[in-house]
Write a protein that binds this ligand. Structure first.
Ligand code: NA7
Length: 552
């Protein structure tokens, strides 16, 4: 059978233009949302810009791309059968393995027939007369839906800095999240990596192994902790699978979506020797365990945080041979963990290689890209390739790439001009029947994403089921409920050290972006209770419009 590339296999569905729900994105969120919509008996279409499913894990294929959450927790929990049959191989899953997992999920639950690939949604307008969303795609397609659901990911709009001269560069340049599918061979090349966030920190050691020379351009040094990746121990994995449901429940009720209870001790409550021992144990366990298993006030108390920051700086000094390079790699002007904490494999060690050099962009910013490389205020460099590991227009950038308009033609971009405004991070006033999976104002990026995604998808599916059971045409948060939620998100963040760093959580990485703390830092378990309570109270804070009242 021939079929149009990317069109759903089911021909009837391909011809349909009116759906109960349209979902944007076929990553972790979009796949599970489709599954739940189908369970409700609704017609749904998922649009995906890529030519495969996988979302973040479809796009981010740079060398060293790997999840920072542990594989056995970074997965769906909704299907006990799926959880039992899938076998992760390493402590932290590499990008190709997660992509295989998501493709397996798409096949196992027969999801592909309602997913249209290679199709970017460009507009979504709420039509008050019909109470439907009118959705436009880049290929000129037009469909309508009662519910418009964004599953666009928090980190999907790439940030390619506006540096003069990029168009004149005669070598090759790449952004890590738009990596060529065939891979890149840097053998023998002079390579620049710009950016030292989680991505740069994963990519640098891998690129250094191939390139003739690697120059790393650092604007802000980062605190990174060894991941200590390794193959999973089959015996321990079997034991864990035997208790999976209880572990998964623990994740749902936890602070960060992982089944680790925070230790009941302050970093300031122990002797310096004991503290050193605890940090060293965390450093050896590796990854987020350094943050999660050591002390309970690292993110809350500056003096406590200083002890963690001092410990990491001492490690940098110990690992990196050249004292000047070590000094440059040491963060000193923001608390540990207040920018997304990276984890690494041999990042600091890589700076001991003869072919790797670190350039401090604070001291000498990039002036221009030249045809043969780039020039800072201090020096000129020649490169065959430039890699931008410069991150994303986080949390709101993905929304603004779509022209989303609610009641009275109100544009989401205008409504959020001073920063995103949501109720529960799921909905926003003026946009009836728009649901956002892991939107700003929800724990999202401060949590183990699949756990937060499942909670949102299930909440949205329950909400839609409620609307239909009660013959309600639409749901939309009241302005008052939204204002209170935004104030609460800010208040909780203000009680932590998070606002002290120029992070993408605050939009600080994008010139001109309003400085607003976007994720909800109140904890996955607490947040889950709040959402459940709102639903239990008949969707408190939302305006529900009965179908018979709706304008026709
Ligand atoms: P990040 O964490 O935003 O890191 C981007 C890096 O690029 C960071 O070091 C930035 O410095 C740097 N950057 C950004 N713009 C520039 C310009 N114009 N010039 C020089 N350097 C720049 O993105 P990642 O992709 O590493 O990680 C994103 C998330 O993916 C990660 O947190 C995980 O959740 C997975 P800055 O710190 O802003 O000074």
């Amino acid at each position: 059978m021939t079929r149009i590339q990317g069109a759903p296999a089911d021909v009837a569905s391909a011809r349909t233009t009116d759906f109960d729900a349209v979902v944007v994105g076929a990553g972790f969120s979009g796949l599970y949302m489709l599954y739940r919509l189908r369970q409700l008996g609704l017609s749904a279409r998922v649009y995906e810009a890529g030519d495969g499913v996988g979302g973040t894990w479809y796009w981010n294929r740079y060398p060293g791309a790997r999840c920072d959450s542990e594989s056995v927790y970074y997965c769906y929990t909704f299907s006990p059968e799926l959880a039992q049959e899938w076998e992760w191989t390493e402590r932290y899953p590499a990008q190709p393995e997660i992509l295989r997992y998501l493709n397996h999920v798409a096949d196992r639950f027969d999801l592909r027939r309602d997913i249209q690939l290679n199709t970017r949604v460009t507009s979504a307008t709420y039509d008050q007369a019909t109470e439907r969303w009118q959705i436009g795609t880049a290929d000129g397609g037009r469909v309508t839906a009662t519910y418009f659901i964004t599953a666009i990911g928090c980190l999907s709009a790439t940030n390619i800095p506006q540096i003069e001269g990029l168009d004149t560069f005669q070598g090759r340049w790449y952004h890590t999240s738009r990596w060529p599918h065939e891979g890149v061979d840097f053998t023998g090349q002079r390579v620049a990596v710009i950016g030292t966030g989680s991505t740069g920190i994963q990519a640098v050691p891998e690129i250094a192994k191939q390139a003739a020379q690697l120059t790393v351009f650092q604007r802000t040094p980062n605190y990174t902790v060894p991941a200590r990746n390794a193959p999973l121990d089959p015996e321990a994995y079997r034991e864990l699978k035997a208790t999976y449901p209880a572990i998964q429940q623990k994740s749902r009720e936890s602070g960060f979506g992982m089944p680790f209870a925070p230790p009941e001790r302050s970093a300031l409550s122990v002797t310096p020797e004991e503290r050193q021992r605890i940090y060293e144990a965390g450093w050896q366990k590796g990854g987020f365990r350094f943050f999660l298993d050591t002390f309970n006030d690292i993110a809350l108390n500056k003096a406590a945080n200083d002890t963690a920051a001092d410990f990491i700086r001492a490690k940098i000094q110990e690992i990196v041979h050249d004292p000047d390079t070590a000094e440059l790699l040491m963060p000193r002007d923001y608390p540990y963990g207040t920018k997304r904490p990276p984890i690494d494999t041999d990042y600091y060690e890589t700076f001991n290689r003869d072919n790797v050099k670190l350039v401090d962009l604070r001291r000498s910013p990039i002036e221009t890209i030249t045809p043969t490389g780039l020039r800072t205020t201090e020096a000129e460099y020649e490169f065959d390739s430039i890699v931008f590991a410069t991150g994303f227009d986080a949390m709101t950038g993905g929304f603004f790439r779509i022209d989303i308009r609610g009641r009275d033609g109100l544009s989401l971009k205008d409504r959020w001009a001073a920063g995103p405004r949501t109720y529960l991070g799921i909905s926003t006033h003026g946009f009836p029947n728009l649901f956002m999976i892991t939107g700003p104002g929800s724990p999202s990026v401060l949590s183990n994403m699949p756990i937060s995604i499942e909670q949102h998808v299930e909440w949205i599916a329950d909400c839609i089921a409620y609307l239909r059971a009660h013959d309600l045409a639409s749901v939309e948060p009241s302005l008052d409920a939204e204002d209170r939620w935004v104030a609460h998100v800010n208040e909780v963040a203000a009680g932590t050290l998070f606002p002290l760093a120029n992070s993408w959580y605050l939009g600080a990485n994008i010139p001109g972006k309003p400085r607003v703390f976007m994720p909800y830092v109140g904890g996955v378990g607490n947040y889950r209770k709040i959402c459940a309570d709102v639903a239990a109270k008949g969707y408190e804070g939302f305006v529900l419009t009965p179908a018979w009242l709706a304008v026709r």
